[in-house]
Design a protein around this ligand. Structure first.
Ligand code: NAP
Length: 213
């Protein structure tokens, strides 16, 4: 598949590009917001396209079959950016995907986005933004997978996870590298179509775990 990665220069985004390139099954198009990031993306084996989630970025979705949304405003910006990027940027990506007849849309969401009203004070706006983006995708008619990891770490990939619609004990974490594997594997795992999946580090190989969600 020709896959557009939105947020390609991010910590998880770069790992997603690597997974796509290593798969040899996919072509990676890397959406970045600064032209200085172009060479890095080319070195990783992706085709870069410069576009900003706060502007019209519909052109980035031309000639792709699938989208992986892995962008985020980060924890150092204010609530205005959380809403502009995590909510409205993601919603626009869904709308453009629909206009372009995109076959698969994989959303990197977050554990807790199902019930933002229960979030601790500092997480409320972020999880509400993630929730709104997820609901918009679910109502879009697109063939989606919404992936909700727990806390992300910089550890090496384990290649094994827990994946369930709703994990009872949500206290764990997961390496970004395993999240990247889940996002890329979901593209072609039919069992993940139209599903919301929570993931944490665990004992089941990624492929097998995704077949039983
Ligand atoms: P990250 O390193 O902060 O990367 C976010 C990316 O989004 C960056 O590449 C950034 O671009 C890009 N971006 C921000 N604003 C943009 C804009 N206006 N236009 C285009 N791109 C823009 O992210 P991460 O830590 O890997 O997290 C990835 C995702 O996982 C996020 O959606 C986050 O909400 C979610 N998540 C995080 C946790 C956690 O524990 N941290 C848990 C669950 C889910 P630049 O590189 O140019 O800055």
């Amino acid at each position: 598949m020709n896959v557009l990665v939105i947020g390609a220069n991010g910590h998880t985004g770069r790992l997603i590009i690597k997974e796509l390139v290593d798969s040899t099954q996919h072509f990676a198009k890397a959406m970045i917001r600064k032209s200085e990031q172009t060479k890095d993306m080319e070195d990783l084996g992706a085709r870069p396209i410069v576009a900003d989630l706060e502007q019209d970025f519909s052109y980035a979705l031309e000639n792709v079959n699938a989208v992986i949304f892995a962008a985020g405003s980060g924890s150092k910006t204010g609530e205005d950016k959380t809403i502009a990027i995590d909510q409205n940027g993601a919603r626009k990506a869904v709308d453009y995907a629909k206009q372009n007849g995109i076959e698969r849309f994989i959303m990197l969401s977050s554990m807790g986005a199902d019930q933002p009203q229960n979030a601790p004070e500092g997480m409320h706006v972020y999880l509400k933004a993630k929730h709104e983006a997820d609901v918009h995708l679910q109502e879009s008619g697109l063939n989606y997978t919404i992936v909700r990891p727990g806390a992300l770490t910089f550890d090496d990939a384990e290649g094994t996870i827990i994946a369930e619609h709703s994990i009872a004990d949500k206290s764990g974490s997961i390496p970004r590298a395993d999240v990247a594997k889940v996002l890329v594997e979901s593209l072609t795992t039919l069992e993940t179509n139209h599903k919301v999946i929570e993931i944490l580090h665990g004992g089941t190989p990624v492929k097998e775990a995704l077949k039983h969600v």
